[in-house]
Design a protein around this ligand. Structure first.
Ligand SMILES: Nc1ncnc2c1ncn2[C@@H]1O[C@H](COP(=O)(O)OP(=O)(O)OP(=O)(O)O)[C@@H](O)[C@H]1O
Length: 260
């Protein structure tokens, strides 16, 4: 599914948090959404997921404006893994993952055999099969994060939006998730703070700064030393690591700019 935004802005309490953003993500692309703390990544993702009403501009799924779509209609197309998601603590892990099937259920009908198979596959892909019957409240932070990712996979949508999904994950699970996102045929937009993961696994990256989209393109072009200094205030560059994978190496915090 192609996801586009035209001149998208979102304001709250008199502050414009997302400012005039245009983007076009092709079906099947894996795109990283980068930017410093507070640059507007989560707010943009929420607008794209239909959870925020833009103050200006349009979001389109496959060319159709979603402005008047119901939450259920959106949830059949797009799954969203938020940074912090409240979940009923009395549920088991398998029940939480099963919530991903809700947009496809009729009325109060229980899960079908297909629903159960989809949930089992999502638990398997996130390495949670052994924890399926654990109470939600007994999970570690990283296990909860993986369960939220499993719930999004169980939605079986054509598009995945993820807000810093590698938070709380150990190195192996970070790599597994990024490999999954890079491999899947789903369209993926993933907010990341780890620029090396973005450089290695994303087809393209979008860079935000103070609510604006300031650059878009293949990671090697977007993450230039000048841009990293300007947007993140770090002295860094992108190059192959000792194994030949693209990575960002940091010398440190950038020296303050001397103008004139
Ligand atoms: N509901 C809100 N009310 C007031 N301010 C908000 C609201 N939502 C976001 N903001 C502000 O908008 C700015 C952008 O927030 P957002 O969460 O989108 O940034 P982010 O790039 O995802 O940040 P981080 O990397 O820290 O997660 C921040 O300054 C935040 O405080």
């Amino acid at each position: 599914m192609r996801i586009t935004a035209e001149r998208l802005s979102w304001s709250v309490s008199g502050t414009t948090v997302v400012r005039d953003v245009g983007l076009d993500i092709a079906a099947g692309e894996t795109v990283g959404l980068l930017g410093p703390n507070g640059s507007g990544k989560s707010s943009l993702l929420r607008c794209l997921a239909g959870l925020r009403t833009p103050s200006a501009g349009t979001v389109r799924y496959d060319g159709e404006a979603i402005g008047d779509w119901s939450a259920r209609r959106i949830a059949r197309r797009v799954a969203f893994v938020e940074q912090t998601t409240g979940t009923d603590s009395e549920l088991r892990v398998t029940d939480v993952v099963g919530l991903g099937r809700t947009p496809f259920r009729d009325g109060w009908r229980g899960p079908t055999a297909e629903d159960r198979a989809v949930v089992a596959a999502a638990l398997d892909r996130t390495g949670l099969t052994a924890l399926a019957d654990r109470p939600w409240k007994a999970l570690s932070g990283g296990e909860r994060q993986r369960a939220h990712i499993a719930r999004a996979l169980a939605q079986r949508t054509w598009c995945l939006l993820l807000d810093e999904p590698t938070n709380h994950l150990d190195v192996r699970h970070q790599l597994e998730l990024m490999e999954l996102l890079a491999r899947t045929e789903q369209t993926v937009l993933v907010a990341l703070h780890d620029l090396s993961l973005a450089a290695r696994f994303c087809d393209r990256v979008l860079l935000m700064d103070q609510g604006r989209l300031v650059a878009a393109g293949v990671p090697g072009n977007v993450l230039s030393p000048d841009r990293l200094a300007e947007v993140f205030q770090v002295d860094a560059e992108v190059g192959p690591d000792s194994l030949g994978n693209p990575a960002v190496a940091y010398r440190g915090v950038a020296a303050p700019r001397v103008d004139g």
